[in-house]
Each structure stands twice: as C-alpha cells, then as structure tokens.
Ligand binder design. Structure first.
Ligand SMILES: [Zn+2]
Length: 345
C-alpha cells in the first residue's frame, strides 16, 4: 500500500498510517484524535503526515487514488517546512503544567479561525497530558463543539492523565513500541555497527527516539564494562571493585545520571542475557550477542534464583540513586559486592 509519501521516513506504524490515510480518502475524518503510545516512537511525525493528507491538493484532486511518489504539492511542502498557515503544532517544552489561559490563547483562538488556504485547520497538541485539570475542562468545550473544518490531534505518552471525558470525545489511535529489528535497521542506516545497533534497539524498549539518544561513547564502553564485571571473582578485593565502579562512573562524569542509568540498565540486560542462556533461549534474544562466550561462562556461575536476587537489588539501587539521591559510588560498590557474593566460581 502506498500513502503517497505523506509518512515518508517514519519507521513502522503501517496500520495506523493506512487507517488515517483511508479516513481522509473516504471522507470519514473525525474532529479529534488522541495519538497515544510511549515517547519517541513517531506519534508526532505521523500527526504531521496526517495533516499533509488532510490538506493535500493532489489527494483531493485524485479522490483517493493511490499515488506512488512523494507528493510535491504546495500544501505538502509547506506542512513539511512547518509554514502552512492552517497547520500548527502546540508544544510546551520545559513547561510543567499547561494552564487554562494557554489553552485559550494558543489553541482555541487559533483553531476557531477559518482555514486560510487549506481544507482543514489542523492543531497538533504535543504532550497533551500536561494540561492541568482546569485546562482540560476548558478544552473540553472545544471538543464538544468543534469548529467546522478543524481537526485536533492530541499527542500523549500518558493518556491516563487525560480526563475520561476527553478520551470519550477523541478517536483513539494507539501506537505500539516499534519492533527491535526496525529500530536496529534504522540505527545501522545512521552509522552504528550491527552489535551497537542490536544492543541499543534492546535498551530502547521499542522507542526509536530513545535509541537515537543513547550516547555512542557509552555503547563503545559497554563491552569493557561487562567484561570487567564478568571478571570479578569471589574475593571481595575492594580495590578491584572500586576500579570497576570508577570505570562505570567515568572520570569527570560523577554527576552524569544518564551514564549511571545506562550502565545500570546494561547490567540488568546482562543478567537477563545470562538467564536466557541458562534456560536455552535462541541467540537472537540475547542483547549482548557479541559477548556470548563471556555470558555463557557467567551462566555457569549464577543460579536463576541468584540472578533474580541481584535484579531486585539492582532495582533498589536504581531507586536510592535516582529518588533518594544516594552516593552513586557506594551504591554501585554494594551492587558489585552483591554480584560477587551471588556468583559461584
Ligand atoms: Zn500534497
């Protein structure tokens, strides 16, 4: 199926893209949509593609007939550049709460104007869950009596923070996490090695945005950190432990929470890999495929119940570092001691 290039470059979500395109072609467009799903998977990009379909001059002329090339009409080009007068994105970066006056000034006043040149006025509201309750209540009136020729798209990764009355007035389009292989392919296209792309796709949990944000330098350090942890032996040599912790924290990065968070997550995935090897899962399921020999060796030293114990210890470590602001060095040292104590020789 070809969508005329409206969603060009957006990875995955074929069903959603097709459903939106069809709705436009068949004249079944709703006044309000809620695009929900985890952050970084392309909801906002799909919303822009949808805005293109809604206002595309070619699509109207061809009455929904399939187009095999990317559309180059004025409307599509303007939307792509973000300069179409009838399509606007409302985003509130760094703002905790979207308040009533912002909803009035930045959304309602604009959406109630008649389209200047397009067929529809399209408002895409990013992180809609940031609207506080009074803002949501104010916004509800617009949803109840939407202006003609308007389409509102609420984009949210936390739909549970939006009132049920808002939900019931929107057509909900759910976006699932992306399959790992799609993320992997995209990362390889962007220059990552197969191994790095593989582990980054696993760590991303299905969010391409998250995968892209993972620091390349950290991915490079991954191997040496795992190898150092695997090399820890049962003797509690504190100088060896401290060296590994310093390696994890990195020189001059003591307050880098992204770094600590990355390595804690990596340790969790390493434990998961050991568990997978122990229960005989396929190699495809292993995140650190390139470290398989080291992981296989480690699998002989840990019991399944021991791994689960370390995982719950790790969860606690995460909590005290990120919620309780505990000393990272001490918490990580304790975690490594726990790993040593749990392992056999
Ligand atoms: Zn077009």
């Amino acid at each position: 199926m070809n969508y005329g290039g409206y969603f060009e470059g957006i990875v995955g979500h074929e069903f959603q893209k097709q459903a939106l395109w069809r709705a436009v072609c068949e004249g079944r467009v709703s006044h309000a949509y809620m695009f929900s799903g985890m952050e970084g998977i392309g909801k906002r990009l799909v919303a822009t593609g949808f805005a293109k379909c809604l206002n595309c001059l070619e699509l109207q002329r061809r009455k929904g007939e399939e187009m095999h090339e990317k559309c180059g009409c004025f409307s599509c080009k303007k939307i792509e550049k973000g300069v179409h007068p009838d399509v606007f994105l409302v985003e509130y970066e760094g703002v905790r709460d979207i308040k009533v006056n912002q909803v009035r000034e930045e959304i309602e006043e604009r959406i109630f104007l008649r389209p200047f040149e397009g067929r529809y006025k399209v408002a895409v509201i990013d992180e809609a869950e940031r609207m506080n309750v009074s803002a949501q209540n104010a916004f509800l009136k617009t949803l109840e009596e939407p202006p003609v020729d308007s389409v509102i798209v609420l984009v949210t990764s936390r739909p549970e923070f939006l009132l049920p009355t808002i939900h019931s007035r929107c057509q909900r389009i759910e976006f699932k996490p992306l399959p790992f292989n799609l993320i992997r392919e995209e990362l390889v296209k962007r220059g990552l090695s197969n191994e790095e792309a593989h582990i980054a796709s696993m760590l991303s949990g299905g969010s391409l945005g998250r995968a892209i944000r993972i620091d390349r330098g950290l991915l490079t350090e991954r191997k040496s950190v795992i190898e150092a942890i695997c090399a820890l032996r049962t003797i509690r040599d504190i100088s060896v432990i401290s060296r590994v912790v310093e390696h994890i924290l990195g020189k001059g990065h003591l307050n880098d929470t992204d770094r600590v968070s990355f390595f804690l997550q990596l340790i969790a995935f390493w434990l998961r890999d050991i568990m997978f090897v122990k229960i005989g899962l396929k190699e495809d399921q292993i995140s650190n495929k390139d470290l398989l020999p080291v992981i296989k060796k480690a699998a002989g030293r840990f019991s399944l119940s021991g791994i689960l114990e370390i995982l719950s210890f790790l969860e606690e470590a995460w909590y005290v570092i990120f919620r309780g602001n505990a000393n990272k060095q001490i918490v990580l040292e304790n975690l490594l001691v726990k790993i040593i104590d749990t392992a056999g020789d």
